[in-house]
Design a binder for this molecule. Structure first.
Ligand code: GLA
Length: 402
């Protein structure tokens, strides 16, 4: 009897909790976020320019959807407690800006924080979660990045769940992006709460290194890559590990940008550009709009890639794709060029997480180079290449007839 009562109470409790909006991120979200390049200097002009450039550059056609305004858009709360955009930098108001972005066929993302203030000291959502969610919903927001500064001893899981409930109550389907830097192992609990969660602290415009800000560090692309170790089993459609917004086009070399982008695609990472979209070099556009690399990221299986081999600054990654295909990526982390000779036939890749395996001695795969955009033979012959420093060769393997 007592057991039955307990069961009913539990059932009631569960049904009182709303689920996240399901199905909004079946593949990793793609878009642009203002923070990496613009920081606190946001205003309605730069956001409009980013939306225009996303369309004009071909990024929208390549799959990018979200224009996300990060920290520092906030003004004060009005007399009723509703947050307003800063009237100096957003004189037309947030609703007009959202409409502008929507009119271009794009989606709009906004930023807030679970604590009392944001990381840049603007009003946080603590105590105003339901009102903020309602306000975002009224403005037509489609995506919320929710940060973790000024949270004192709040419990992360509870605080993020509160915002999930608030979004649900407000009723507008909104992608929920958790940003607590991996501090509370969100991969273990956030699948039910949001659609993506940051796994690390902030990225820096550095390929390999750490930037000390006095009290906190930001991380190079390789450091962030290494911090993904062990996390792939927690990601999949509608719940992604987020290794942070990209630094492509922000000052690394072309090879480094290409390697960074390729690895984010191998990780099935959200692809959030973080550069100035209205002033991109042809090389930056080429990297960000490489549809063959993007197809690896956006593959509908949603399986995060695995590091198969790491030897003397050379890494070999594999990612299972739909249709029995695989992506492979050779990454040269060294400061020097590296010769690679990879005899496929002596390798067998077994992925216990996805249950997928590939035995190169048992068949043949056609190889396509995803940056050169051409077929380069089959796995019958060893792959032989010289990979420049901090660069990649990214390949797609397709089963060939025996
Ligand atoms: C934190 C986040 C960043 C950015 C800033 C804004 O550092 O991790 O991505 O949102 O706050 O202040």
């Amino acid at each position: 009897m007592r057991r039955t009562t307990l069961f009913i109470v539990l059932l009631l409790c569960t049904s009182l909790h709303a689920q996240k909006f399901e199905g909004l991120a079946l593949t990793p979200p793609m878009g642009w976020n203002s923070w990496n390049k613009i920081g606190c200097e946001v205003n309605e002009g730069v956001i409009r320019a980013a939306a225009d450039a996303m369309v004009a550059s071909g990024m929208q056609a390549a799959g990018y959807r979200y224009i996300v305004i990060d920290d520092c858009w906030h003004g004060q709360r009005d007399g009723d407690g509703f947050i307003q955009a800063d009237p100096v930098h957003f004189p037309s108001g947030m609703k007009a800006l959202v409409d502008y972005v929507h009119a271009r066929g794009l989606l709009f993302g906004i930023y807030s924080d679970a604590g009392w203030t944001t990381c840049a000291g603007r009003p946080g959502s603590r105590g105003y979660e339901y009102q903020d969610a309602l306000q975002y919903s009224r403005w037509g927001v489609d995506y919320l990045k929710y940060d973790w500064c000024a949270t004192g001893d709040l419990n992360a899981r509870e605080a993020y769940t509160t915002m999930r409930e608030a979004l649900r109550k407000a009723g507008r389907p909104i992608v929920f992006s958790l940003c607590e830097w991996g501090s509370n192992q969100p991969w273990l609990w956030a699948k039910e709460v949001g659609h993506l969660w940051r796994t690390t602290g902030d990225i820096a415009v550095v390929f390999d290194g750490v930037v000390d800000h006095g009290g906190w560090n930001s991380w190079g692309v390789m450091q962030i890559l290494d911090m993904q170790e062990g996390l792939r089993v927690h990601a999949g459609p509608d719940h992604w590990n987020d290794p942070d917004m990209m630094e492509v086009g922000n000052g690394m070399t072309e090879a480094e940008d290409r390697a960074h982008f390729s690895m984010w695609c191998m990780l099935a990472a959200p692809l959030m550009a973080g550069n100035d979209l209205s002033a991109m070099s042809p090389q930056t556009i080429e990297i960000l709009t490489n549809r063959e690399a993007i197809a690896v990221d956006q593959d509908s299986l949603g399986i995060q890639g695995l590091k198969y081999l790491a030897e003397d600054s050379l890494e070999v990654w594999f990612k299972p794709l739909t249709g029995g295909e695989w992506a492979a990526c050779f990454l040269n982390r060294s400061r020097l060029p590296k010769k690679v000779l990879f005899d496929w036939k002596s390798h067998r890749i077994e992925d216990s997480f996805s249950g997928r395996a590939i035995d190169f001695s048992a068949g043949q795969w056609k190889i396509r180079d995803l940056w050169a955009h051409r077929e380069i033979g089959t796995t019958r012959k060893p792959f032989s290449a010289e990979i420049p420093s901090h660069d990649v060769r990214m390949l797609r393997l397709q089963p060939a007839r025996k």
